[in-house]
Ligand binder design. Structure first.
Ligand code: NAD
Ligand code: MN
Length: 364
């Protein structure tokens, strides 16, 4: 019997609604899988913590994560606190502090989802976006001088390191090689950004030599948005810088049906530190506290967590239950045009897992 120590960080906004829902799904995994259990510890960090202590999480907070197998995260962001304070104080602090340099975001049109592209069949959109997660445009380098004066100057410096670029490209090529289509698109902007992005392209060419069975191509980020809409089937695995992939992955989630569905894995591939799993969305101020947040993005993130932990069968079980639930439009939340609440979707996914465990026909 394996017991996985899981840190829960609901954070703010709808994170406080979807992370408890994710916990219930994992508890149901433990119920139906005889050889796998979870020991949860919840960390009440985020905007409320900030209001009491002036920081989003304790300075030595990352230490507590080092004994965990994985982290399930909700969202950082509060209407009363500047977004850069909440994001840097919690999510970026964890991702950068635990060297989770590969941010991995699958996008697929799940059964029953009415996706917005008319000519796109479900099999045309099956992508996995790899986002560089520790540097680039989010390196935090820069500053402001003459603050508040008409002469004010502000810089935001993107930093790409050879080591940082090579490890994310290598991760993406390896992932592409493991997928049936063995196809990678490297997103760039090396026509306008003539230093760091040119190095990014050069390193892609170098790494590609080690993966002769991967068919790869290069696409400018602006053209990439059009290609995602017009020729979705031409894409499979995608690698991009921190900012580019951040934007493209919200587009991918929307094209797959809703921001409420997209999952994320923040991976430390060397497993020196625990990895963190979270829905792609943020705090969703407009719907927080209403009980209507779509929890599927968090459930799918839990699937990625189970895969990372080596629990492939449990991961398949949860994914099957998710797909059985999305197939029923009465179980869609409002973002998908349906009437269901977060609680109803969660109940339904847990019930599917229990039913599948009892029935030898569906428990493949
Ligand atoms: P958002 O993802 O919170 O919301 C964008 C839109 O999508 C909203 O209309 C929202 O209602 C909808 N939406 C998002 N998730 C949904 C779900 N699960 N179910 C139903 N509808 C959903 O993005 P935003 O409005 O740009 O950001 C709000 C706050 O969240 C900001 O403070 C931002 O910095 C923060 N944020 C945090 C993270 C993170 O911690 N990983 C990511 C993105 C945004
Ligand atoms: Mn984002």
């Amino acid at each position: 019997m394996k017991t996985y120590r899981i840190a829960l960080v609901p954070g703010d906004g709808i994170g406080k609604e979807v992370v408890p829902a994710g916990r219930r799904v994992l508890e149901t995994v433990a119920e139906v899988e005889s050889d796998c259990a979870f020991a949860f510890e919840e960390f009440p960090w985020g905007a409320d913590f900030y209001r009491r202590h002036g920081v989003m999480m304790p300075d030595d907070g990352l230490e507590a994560f080092k004994a965990k197998h994985a982290i399930l995260f909700g969202s950082a962001g509060d209407p009363a606190i500047p977004d850069h304070v909440t994001l840097w104080g919690l999510r970026l602090k964890i991702c950068q502090g635990l060297d989770q340099y590969a941010n991995v975001r699958p996008a697929r049109i799940l059964p029953g989802i009415d996706a917005p592209l008319k000519r796109c069949r479900a099999e045309d959109l099956d992508w996995i976006i790899v986002r560089e997660n520790t540097e680039g445009e989010y390196s935090g380098a820069g500053g402001r001088v003459h603050t508040g004066f008409p002469t004010e100057v502000a810089t935001e410096v993107a930093i790409l390191t050879r080591a940082g670029v090579e490890r994310i490209q290598r991760y993406a090529f390896r992932l592409a090689a493991s997928r049936p289509r063995k196809r990678l698109t490297v997103v760039t902007k090396s026509n306008a950004q003539r230093h760091a992005m040119v190095m990014w392209d050069e390193i892609a060419r170098e790494v590609a030599r080690d993966f002769p069975d991967v068919a790869w191509d290069k696409e400018m980020v602006d053209a990439m948005t059009a290609r995602m809409v017009n020729r979705p089937a031409s894409l499979d695995t995608i690698v991009a810088t921190n900012l580019h992939a951040d934007i493209l992955s919200d587009l991918a989630a929307a094209l797959a049906g809703s921001l409420g569905i997209g999952p994320t894995a923040n991976i430390n591939p060397e497993r020196v530190y625990p990895s963190m799993f979270e829905p792609i969305h943020g705090s969703a101020f407009d719907i927080m506290g209403k009980g209507i947040a779509n929890p599927i993005g968090t459930f799918w993130s839990a699937v990625l967590m189970l895969e990372h932990l080596g629990e492939a069968e449990a991961a398949r079980r949860v994914m099957r239950a998710i797909e059985q639930v999305t197939a029923n439009p009465r179980l869609h939340t409002r973002d998908l045009g349906g009437p269901a609440t977060t609680g109803e979707v969660t109940d339904a996914v847990c019930a599917q897992m229990r039913a599948a465990a009892k029935s030898p026909l569906t428990a493949a």
